[in-house]
Design a protein around this ligand. Structure first.
Ligand SMILES: O=C(O)CCC(=O)C(=O)O
Length: 295
């Protein structure tokens, strides 16, 4: 089955600019969804196809509470089937087109599996985790691998909040003790927004939502007893992004990959996936196929 390139119309691009998000009810073919989804449980069982461990890992079945949210980041280096989607030129092209960039490089990929009873994910903005990069500006394509239903902890977004003048601090996102929407209320108050709109992203498996890096988002408790909410997110930077000089901003996981004394972003860790002029980091071809290659 081929993936047809998505043609974004002007209206969709304008909607993304105004809302900071754009939903596509249909994006990935279910065969691709199944192929990626099938890799997640082995990864959480420490079966890393390439032998490389992920950058970040929460929720290990058997060790953590069975209800704990399972999240992993930097998965493309652990598994080449996962990489075939994370490194696809098509997702990068769409992220870049919506953001008005000439090209995109991978920042990170991550999966979010919320079993029945899984707790909330604190509201946050993705750009906050990229403060050590210039520009600290990302776009995320969040893909539903299972139907995202109202009671199974759908992703929640605050449309328009990417334009608020407010600050955010990097925090641990899982199972917050405070109201998981509290950072959103604080940011809205700082921006003078009295009643921020909240949108629950309800999409079928294979649908996606594109998120501007400054958009506030989070998710509630999985209130179902039988629905495992599964999703996969691909986050990109502009192709010409660089590191800030050392010490300027907190580094989180990304500054591990800074070359000493340089601000250049190494393409082995932040590969260029798509540019208007057709650039793509050469090693990708050797490493994996492109799951959306016909696009
Ligand atoms: O899927 C979720 O519940 C949270 C996802 C998220 O915060 C993200 O992809 O940035």
């Amino acid at each position: 089955m081929t993936h047809l390139p998505v043609q974004l119309c002007d209206e969709q691009i304008q909607q993304f600019q105004a809302d900071g998000c754009l939903i596509l009810e249909k994006f990935l073919d279910l065969a691709v969804v199944d192929r990626i989804d099938a890799r997640l449980d082995p990864l959480f069982a420490t079966q890393f196809e390439t032998g490389v461990y992920p950058d970040e890992w929460h929720g290990r079945p058997g060790l953590n509470q069975p209800t704990a949210t399972r999240q992993m980041c930097g998965m493309w280096r652990c598994d080449r089937t996962v990489a075939s989607l994370s490194l696809s030129a098509e997702v990068a092209r769409l992220n870049a087109t919506l953001m008005g960039w000439d090209g995109a490089r991978l920042a990170t990929d991550s999966c979010w599996i919320k079993p029945p009873g899984a707790p909330e994910v604190l509201f946050h903005r993705n750009n906050t985790a990229f403060a050590c990069i210039n520009p600290a500006s990302v776009a995320t394509c969040w893909i539903a691998l299972s139907d995202s239903t109202p009671s199974a902890a759908p992703l929640e977004v605050a449309p328009g909040s990417h334009q608020w003048r407010c600050s955010d601090q990097f925090k641990f996102l899982h199972a917050p003790k405070e109201d998981y929407r509290q950072p959103l209320w604080r940011a809205a108050a700082a921006a003078g927004v009295k009643q921020p709109e909240l949108l629950a992203v309800e999409i079928p498996a294979g649908g996606c939502v594109f998120l501007h890096g400054d958009l506030w988002h989070g998710s509630g408790r999985n209130k179902t007893t039988d629905q495992m909410r599964r999703s996969f997110a691909i986050t990109t930077l502009p192709a010409d992004a660089q590191f800030q000089p050392p010490g300027i901003e907190p580094g989180y996981i990304f500054s591990r990959y800074r070359r000493m004394g340089e601000t250049v972003m190494d393409e082995s860790f932040f590969p260029i996936l798509w540019t208007r002029s057709g650039d793509r980091t050469a090693m990708i071809v050797e490493y994996c196929h492109d799951a959306l290659a016909n696009a």
